[in-house]
Design a protein around this ligand. Sequence first.
Ligand SMILES: [Zn+2]
Ligand SMILES: [Zn+2]
Length: 94
Amino acid sequence: MTSSNSKHYGRVADLGCILCLYLQYGPTPCEIHHIRRYGGKRDAAPVIGLCPEHHRGNTGVHGLGAKGFEKRYGIDQEFLLALTTELLQNEGHQ
Ligand SMILES: [Zn+2]
Ligand SMILES: [Zn+2]
């Protein structure tokens, strides 16, 4: 992990769980989730913040699997990534 990566991870983590934000549950402490793209390396994988439940729990991305997650919430991980990027950009312009 490079230092610019860990700085980015910190900013993503500061947003809290992106799914909780989207569902308007308010900011919740989160873990870093790597979005694995086909053939991509883990270090190069984009990251989003997910709370323990939405990350590893029964209603989370690992618990449901990517397909189940999309079905349940009507959005996919790429959407959450775009939302994360947007929020971080807005933050930078304040
Ligand atoms: Zn959450
Ligand atoms: Zn994960």
